[in-house]
Write a protein that binds this ligand. Structure first.
Ligand code: TYM
Length: 326
C-alpha cells in the first residue's frame, strides 16, 4: 500500500488555509493509502515561541485533525518531537545538502529578511522536513503550494543520497489539490492566509466562532465592479471567496458562480459566510467531544511507537550507508 504523509507547524492558529491545503486532501485519501499525520512542533521552534502556548497548541492541533475527519483507525498520528530519530536523520541529510541549495528556498529568503537575527534552524528547516518525509518512504505529500518547493527539495535530497550511497529512500511527490492550493488573506487577497500573520481580520481560524467568521467574511476586501467572476489577477478577493466555497462544498467554481448568479457582493459574502461558518462549527462540535475525551493519549502513544520504529530502521540503514557507528 502506498504511503501518504503530512504535517502542520503549531505556530499561531490552525487556519482555514491549513484545513483546505493539507487536511482535507488527507481525509480524502485516507481510505486508499497508508496514512501518517503529525504536528511539526520542532519546526515551530525555528521562530521564537512562548513555550506554554506552544505546548497547549500541540494537543489542540491533534484533536483538530481528528475533528476535521482524520480517522485514528486509518492514520498513524504523532508529534514530531516524540520521534528523536527525525532530527538525528536531519543532521545526516544536512551534511549532504549544500548551503546554497538550502539558502535558495523561497520561505527561507522571505523569513530571513523579516528578522536579521534569524536562527540556523530557519535555514535547516526544509532539511528536517525532508527527514519527516523520507524516513517513511512516503509516496505522496499533500501540501499547499507554499510547501511544494520543500517537498521537491526532499525529493532531490533523497535522490542524491540514493545515487551517492546506494538505494535508501523512495522519492516523494507533492500532492497539490486543484482548488484551494493557496487560500488568500481576506484583507489582503494578494498574499497567503497565514497563521503567523499580523492581520487577524484576514485569517479564519478553525477555532473562530460563527459570529467572528461571518464578520471576517463580510469585511473581506473585494473590488468595485459587483460582478461575481473568477479572475485571480483582477479580482483576487472574489476569486479567493469562490475558491474557499468551492473547496468546502466540493463543487466547481463554475457551479458556485451559477448558483450566485444575480447576487450583489453583500449577498454573495453572506452566502460564503454561511457555508464557512456552518462547516467550521460542525468541526468544532466534534473537536469539543474529542478534546474532552481520553482517547488522545492512546492514539499518540501508538503513533509515537510506530513512527519511531520505522524511523529507527531507516536511521540505522543511513548510518550503515554513511559508514558511521560501530
Ligand atoms: P505550515 O504549518 O505552514 O502549513 C501546513 C499546511 O497547510 C498548508 N497551507 C495552506 N494551504 C492553502 N492555503 C493557505 N493559505 C495555506 N496556509 C498553509 C501548507 O502548504 C501546508 O501543507 N513545514 C511545514 C510543516 C511540515 C510538513 C512536513 C508538511 C513539516 N514537515 C512534512 C508536510 C510534510 C509547514 O510549516 O507547514
Amino acid at each position: 500500500m502506498k504511503k501518504i504523509l503530512t504535517g502542520i507547524k503549531p505556530t499561531g492558529d490552525f487556519t482555514l488555509g491549513n484545513y483546505i491545503g493539507a487536511i482535507k486532501q488527507m481525509v480524502k485519501m485516507q481510505d486508499e493509502y497508508d496514512s501518517y499525520i503529525f504536528v511539526a512542533d520542532l519546526h515551530a521552534l525555528t521562530i521564537a515561541q512562548d513555550p506554554k502556548s506552544l505546548h497547549d497548541r500541540i494537543k489542540k492541533f491533534i484533536a483538530m485533525y481528528i475533528a476535521c475527519g482524520i480517522d485514528p483507525n486509518k492514520n498513524t498520528i504523532y508529534i514530531q518531537s516524540e520521534n528523536e530519530y527525525l532530527p538525528a536523520m536531519s543532521y545526516l541529510l544536512e551534511c549532504n545538502t549544500a548551503y546554497g541549495e538550502a539558502s535558495r528556498m523561497i520561505q527561507f529568503k522571505e523569513k530571513s529578511k523579516q528578522n536579521a537575527n534569524f536562527s540556523v534552524g530557519l535555514l535547516t528547516y526544509p532539511i528536517l522536513m525532508a527527514a519527516d518525509i523520507i524516513y517513511l518512504d512516503a509516496d505522496l505529500v499533500p501540501v499547499g503550494i507554499d510547501q511544494k518547493q520543500h517537498v521537491e527539495l526532499a525529493r532531490d535530497i533523497a535522490d542524491r543520497f540514493n545515487k551517492k550511497y546506494g538505494e535508501t529512500f523512495k522519492l516523494p511527490e507533492p500532492l497539490i489539490s486543484e482548488v484551494g492550493v493557496k487560500i488568500k488573506d481576506l484583507k489582503d487577497p494578494t498574499k497567503k492566509m497565514s497563521k503567523s500573520d499580523d492581520s487577524p481580520q484576514g485569517v479564519i481560524s478553525m477555532f473562530d466562532d460563527k459570529d467572528t467568521i461571518i464578520k471576517k467574511i463580510k469585511g473581506a476586501t473585494t473590488d468595485s465592479d459587483n460582478e461575481i467572476r473568477f479572475d485571480e489577477e483582477n479580482k483576487p478577493g472574489i476569486s479567493n471567496l469562490l475558491n474557499i466555497t468551492a473547496s468546502l462544498t466540493d463543487k466547481s467554481v463554475d457551479d458556485i458562480i451559477l448558483e450566485c448568479n444575480g447576487m450583489g457582493y453583500g449577498d454573495f459574502k453572506m452566502y460564503v459566510a454561511d457555508i464557512v461558518a456552518n462547516k467550521i462549527s460542525s468541526i468544532q462540535e466534534k473537536y469539543n467531544e474529542i478534546v474532552n475525551s481520553n482517547q488522545l493519549e492512546d492514539i499518540l502513544n501508538k503513533g509515537k511507537e510506530k513512527s519511531r520504529e520505522l524511523a529507527k530502521a531507516k536511521f540505522e540503514l543511513m548510518k550503515e550507508r554513511l559508514g558511521v557507528g560501530r
